[in-house]
Design a protein around this ligand. Structure first.
Ligand code: GLN
Length: 286
């Protein structure tokens, strides 16, 4: 009778859950380091033992079901043209279905514009959007809205937090009367340079002009996205040592001008108020 050696246990136990991400048009909608945003999601999952699966969906490819988070990055007008047609023709329905079942749909700048009803590039030239957000965008004759920006954001009834990033867009986005913005501009231009609104949010569908890239400078927001996409409370995510991320966040706020705002008590990363403090935070692996 032969004895097979017992299989040695894997040093990486299989994760109990997996964040399934789909990047739409990563070759066309990916400027200002959108890959950095995806990398942050991947790392923050890995550090916690959460699985991470990244799929790409490009021109002409069907958008399959089963994604927890769908990502549309920034883009130039000419590339948005290609994506807008393809989105509306082939992916609109699947995107609406995904959003209706609670998947996170995150659009950054050019991707944000395509989540609305339309993006008018010039009189008579209007790109269609998928209509997940009740807004329209018009390319203005005036200067591009460029610079560092901070936004006050309140998500899910939680305490107000700050998003810090960088914007660069020619389009001016106008929210319909009932459309909630993502937040209030503290510094910078926001949707149109006038309204004081930045981005838009309907449930788990979120659009913002903030590049940066956004998530390395706002780790708390990355965690909110991960938790929301997984259908759990952000407080359920294991805390991480975010000394570097917090420093990047403060620096981004300082670049936008004005003193960095104190983070609200009990809103620090990874835990309910009174939860583990920084010294007890999980060590990150390389
Ligand atoms: N092309 C769009 C604009 O200029 C979006 C730019 C971007 O994604 N940075 O408004």
């Amino acid at each position: 009778m032969s004895h097979e050696p017992a299989p040695s246990p894997s040093p990486f136990p299989s994760p109990s859950r997996t964040l399934r991400v789909c990047a739409l048009y990563p070759d066309l909608l990916s400027i200002y380091a959108d890959r950095g945003n995806l990398l942050v999601l991947e790392r923050r999952c890995a550090w916690r033992g959460i699985g991470f699966q990244l799929r790409a969906c490009g021109l002409g490819e069907p958008l399959s079901a089963g994604h927890d988070l769908l990502y549309l990055g920034g883009g130039q007008d000419r590339d948005q043209r290609l994506c807008a047609e393809d989105l509306v023709r082939g992916k609109r329905g699947a995107l609406h279905v995904a959003a209706a079942r609670g998947a996170v749909v995150l659009g950054i700048c050019g991707g944000y514009q395509l989540l609305g009803h339309s993006y008018e590039l010039a009189p008579g030239e209007r790109l269609p959007g998928v209509g997940l957000l009740d807004l329209t965008t018009v390319r203005a004759d005036g200067p591009r809205l460029i610079g560092n920006v901070t936004v006050a954001v309140s998500l899910g009834g939680g305490p107000e937090r700050v998003l810090a990033g960088f914007e660069n867009h020619g389009g001016r986005t106008h929210l319909a009367a009932g459309q909630a913005p993502l937040g209030r501009v503290l510094r910078g231009h926001g949707n149109d340079g006038r309204s004081g609104f930045e981005g838009a949010r309907t449930g788990t569908v979120i659009g913002t002009y903030l590049h940066g890239p956004l998530l390395p400078k706002n780790a708390w927001f990355a965690d909110w996205l991960i938790a929301t996409a997984l259908g759990i409370d952000p407080g359920e995510l294991a805390p991480l040592d975010d000394a570097l991320e917090d420093a990047a966040h403060r620096l981004a706020q300082a670049k936008a001008g004005g003193a960095p705002r104190d983070e609200p008590a009990g809103a620090r990363r990874g835990g309910p108020a009174g939860g583990p403090g920084r010294r007890q935070a999980t060590a990150k692996r390389a």
